[in-house]
Design a protein around this ligand. Sequence first.
Ligand code: PEP
Ligand code: MG
Length: 578
Amino acid sequence: MVLKGTPVSPGIAIGKLYCYQPVHIEVSEGFCGAGEAEAQIARFEEVKGEAAKEIEAIRAALEALGDPEKAKIFTAHLDILDDVAITEEILQGIQEENWTGDWAIQKIYAKFERMIRKAKDPLIRERAADFDDVRKRLIRRWYGVQEKGLGALTEPVIVAARDLLPSDTASLDRKKVLAILTEVGGTTSHSAIIARSYEIPAILGIPDLMSQVRQDQSAAVDAGAGELILEPAPDTVKAYELKREEFRREAAETREFLGAEARTACGIRIDIGLNIGGADEQELAGEAVTDLVGLFRTEFLYMGRDSLPDEDEQFAVYKKVLQRYGGRPVTLRTLDIGGDKTLSSMNLPREDNPVLGNRALRLCFTYPEVFKTQLRAALRASVFGSLWLMLPMVGSIDDIRRATAFITEVKDELDAEGAAYDPHFKTGIMVEIPSIAVVADLAAKEVDFASIGTNDLCQYLTAVDRMNPRTAQYYQPYHPAMFRLIGNVVEQFNRAGKPICVCGEMGGDALAAPVLVGLGMRKLSMGLASVARIKRLLSSLTVEKAEQLAAAVINLSTAPEVEHYLRTNLRNETRQGA
Ligand code: PEP
Ligand code: MG
């Protein structure tokens, strides 16, 4: 039997399945009698203390193992455990609603988790797993049950689970885990991040996985293709052994490209940007192997908290990134919030069509103080590096002019205060709404640079909600219309002599990137996981071939035709592991 899921970390594995069932405790609604609240609160505080000790022990062990990045996940868990708002609501639930402590934990954590799961940004949504993890730990401690992780595996196995929480994987022995398979989770989940950083093949989001597999069943996994074969025939096993050897060879070769300068086979330099969502070490891990920050999604600083970050807090974060990149550009995108990405610190009204609503730049126009605080922080930080300020969700030239007026106002304020900023910082736009892409020639006259947000551009061009799984088949980044429209933007900005980049997912996509280069793009920005692969791909691609691909693609009729054409014609450049 063949099962399919989302490929999140490539590789081949052959072995026996280990069906992982973490401790599960059902919590039912419970109320305490008069006078019991105090005892429940005391028990809650006790359990919280025990949970903190457990988390701290895991964190310290990871530090000692030399894995500070993973240790950070558990520092975040300690922060969640100590979150004032959550604790207050739990105490209120016990005192005012007469909830039992376990029920209060269950209800309040579930509420916060739900809020985070509604975030538009997949990176933020995936953080719901941390809240889930802390909640389960508290509940487990409440009932005095011991932790059971993946640390006790005695032989190498393919781990199959409904979901894997950070705690499940904390003690994971990478030599004993041949592959990870789950029902839940996507490319940006913890399981995916950990699998990629350990180079463990992983397929997530396999529908009904756990009802179709059994303990010790034999399996073969091609994680790059998102394919799991249950009880493979001896011939299949042999074929997978060969694939595994080939993959290992290719992956080792690809790794060699991580630190290389990105050049096409004909010697044209392509700048590789890094997409980041913060200034911690995990986010900045790709600094040494990239030429710029192509996209800094600053909204992460605003999310999952009760108050807006003030100017000084933002300044410190922006300064850190700018300093780390020295004189290399840091493209700082101003707040892209709204739509279904809400902030607990801002009481934003509900809208019928939030994705088409008062979001990003439009929201900044509605809340000028929020916008100006961010602009002030960014401009003040500009003296520490090369700031490229980027405006999201620009739909018209009016939007650009209105935003520029705010920037001028902030500059005047800083001048009046005698506060320093780099007068040569650049101002640019995200091209992610089709209307601005069509008038790219006019936009290029107004700004210093642009970067194409292919994720939203595809959403708005094809009129498909990018978050709706029921319409996923209509969300087609390989639609010929996408390449035609991108082609127009690149041409207009190149003609105007203004830098142009792609910072949406297509920039790090091995099939799309060659076409983008063929359309004239010389700057691609992506997550760290794609950098080596794209550098390697470019090294085996000539601009002439890229141009031929682009010319062919824009004349094809459908997205599946484009994909098929690219897979066929890029077979050599996109080998496994590459
Ligand atoms: C995009 O829309 O392509 C983009 C890069 O921004 P985000 O994914 O944050 O909307
Ligand atoms: Mg976008």
